[in-house]
Ligand binder design. Sequence first.
Ligand code: NAI
Length: 381
Amino acid sequence: MTVGIIGCGTMGAGIAQVAATFKNKVIVVDTNEDALNKANSNLQETLQKLQQKGKLSEEKRKEIIDNIQWTSDFHTLQDAELIIEAIIENIDIKQKVFAQIESIVSEKCVLATNTSSLSITSIAAACAKPHRVIGIHFFNPAAIMQLVEIIPALQTDSTIVAHAKSVIESWNKVTVIAKDTPGFIVNRIARPFYSEAIRIYEEGIASIEMIDFSLKKYGGFKMGPFELMDLIGHDVNYTVTETVWKSFYFDTKYTPSFSQKRLVEAKWFGKKSGRGFYQYTSQNEQVKQENNYDETACRIIVNRVLAMLIHEAANALYLNIATKQDIELAMTKGVNYPKGLLEWANEIGIENVRKTLDDLYEYYHEERYRYSPLLKTIKQF
Ligand code: NAI
């Protein structure tokens, strides 16, 4: 099929690579010629490296490159059957672009947005045919991360949902369906992984090194929250936190932290700028520290972060944001959690999760530590 990608930044270029790998004709449109040239040469370089490592044949590399056309001319999209928009995260600009492409593409073309945080419904509302608008949310890096969230707008036709799901699955991705609510599944449920870790650090309970160590060693997470935030970039991660918080009408459960805000203000974005929570040497390697942490103290940190994550997963289920199966898939495939949070809750015992959250609430008396009605009643997920 012919797939149009609008925006050739981090996400657009990655999605183009995926679509081209699966033999689609891909047209990448961006208003910035320099960005187009850069994205094109970066992709050539990436594919060249994959070939050198023996992960891609020369024939396949050429095929991918030949399948992609890079252009600033929106009219080249006229024969596209699916458009995936991945431009700047700004509702006014996205709405304008959607209205503009609607006048170019055929009636049958499906219009998708890769937005992380905007309402799909509000983007659909800018279109004459809102029933064909849908959220198709890839994770960074799109070529590697297996998960894609499919988010119908209020107006989306159910046939479009089924169609989008089958197209994305034919690109070897795992799809989950999410309700059009702030953060969809992953960016909503994952918030406490960062925010509770920061809170523990801000209170002086443990150092960032100790918190990262605890979650890796005793939680089984591949990366600690501070390492991960440094890798994602605080500009990106803080913006998601702030957007989710604002979108939930300033629910104090999601209040962003001053620690991370200051990092953004200082332009200490993390690994990419050489400094974030950690400092990076010229080889861009994180400065490792020796550790000799008390196991009980580490396990208390893990229980606290995990209980907050389990609340989010339980509440997403309670509010019908997604099915139980999709909530588990989203967190294991979208952010590589070692296991699904609901299964994890069963293993720990729901009464133990409740106890951790009850103790936190008792201690702080903050709304932040309230928990889902589902956690209060359920014995096993
Ligand atoms: P980016 O800043 O790397 O790239 C955006 C591209 O869009 C730029 O090349 C820019 O020239 C182009 N652009 C801006 N306005 C345009 C217009 N009116 N018409 C055509 N092209 C235009 O952005 P990134 O990070 O790739 O994000 C794109 C979208 O994907 C956003 O909606 C973001 O929320 C979402 N997203 C980002 C993720 C990430 O980790 N960066 C993960 C998942 C979703």
